[in-house]
Design a protein around this ligand. Structure first.
Ligand code: NDP
Length: 248
């Protein structure tokens, strides 16, 4: 039987690349998105063209009731979840701490941290052996910013990714005996739309010369890591992090 994966933020960028790669590996895909319905439906259509199964799931992961409803819809459309990719994340305009407001910080944390927690919770309820589940695997998409701090750009975002890393460590230990592996990926500078949200669409090309590898990364390069961490090839790996930041 096909395995079922839910990828949050799968309409664009790293999530989209991950959804397409997991399809090639035989997963049915829940394609979560926030507002870009056309982009999400295009991902679903591409998956169908490849002979795969997919279902678009609109939900704001920062809103508990929407996460609960999304998982219920996944259950009825594609079946029990085997793999969760907590990929959806946001950042705002580059700025220094003088311009950070509580509203902005709370908004970043609501999506990047609370959303990740809520999706982990719903997945564990379904995967854990103690709940009659079959086990599973979770990959949390963090950022090199968790290590580097993103000074002068978005330390709120960096701190949210630090929290994601701590969630990954704690949850991996909490559910290791429940047949669930939890790991993290920390991408560096990847060519996606996200940098436009920070006010600098060309950020990767501006900064890439400073990287040891002197280039930005492609979403597909991150998707490969996520797919490996979800796979049986990584069956003895939990609570681990893979940095994919061109050597930084
Ligand atoms: P993009 O900005 O390209 O895409 C973001 C995706 O997340 C979209 O699918 C968007 O949906 C979805 N999304 C945003 N907010 C929510 C929400 N509240 N609920 C549900 N879905 C939501 O992002 P990237 O592909 O660049 O980033 C993916 C992950 O990788 C993020 O966690 C990011 O922090 C991390 N990362 C990215 C790096 C980079 O250089 N790009 C570097 C390090 C980490 P919609 O299309 O509907 O708006």
């Amino acid at each position: 039987m096909k395995k079922v994966a839910l990828v949050t933020g799968a309409s664009r960028g790293i999530g989209r690349a991950t959804a397409l790669l997991l399809t090639q590996q035989g997963y049915s895909i829940g394609v979560n998105y926030l507002q870009d319905k056309a982009a999400a439906e295009q991902v679903v259509a591409l998956i169908h063209e490849q002979g795969g199964k997919a279902h678009a799931l609109q939900a704001n992961i920062a809103v508990e009731a929407e996460v609960v409803a999304m998982f219920a819809e996944l259950d009825t459309t594609l079946g029990p979840i085997d793999a969760l990719v907590n990929n959806a994340g946001i950042l705002f305009q580059q700025t220094s701490i003088e311009h950070l407001t509580a509203e902005r910080i709370n908004s970043v944390f609501a999506t990047n941290v609370t959303g990740c927690f809520l999706c982990c919770r719903e997945a564990v309820k379904r995967m854990a052996l103690r709940h009659g589940g079959q086990g599973g695997a979770i990959v949390n998409v963090s950022s090199a910013a968790a290590r580097l701090g993103a000074p002068g750009e978005y330390i709120d975002y960096a701190a949210s990714k630090g929290a994601v890393d701590t969630l990954t460590t704690g949850l991996a230990l909490e559910v290791a005996a429940q047949g669930i592996r939890v790991n993290g990926v920390r991408p560096g500078l990847i060519y996606t739309d996200m940098h436009a949200s920070g006010g600098e669409p060309g950020r990767v090309d501006r900064v890439k010369a400073l990287l040891p590898m002197q280039r930005g990364g492609q979403p597909e390069e991150i998707a490969q890591i996520i797919a490996w961490l979800l796979s049986d090839a990584a069956s003895y790996v939990t609570g681990s992090f893979i940095d994919a930041a061109g050597g930084r």
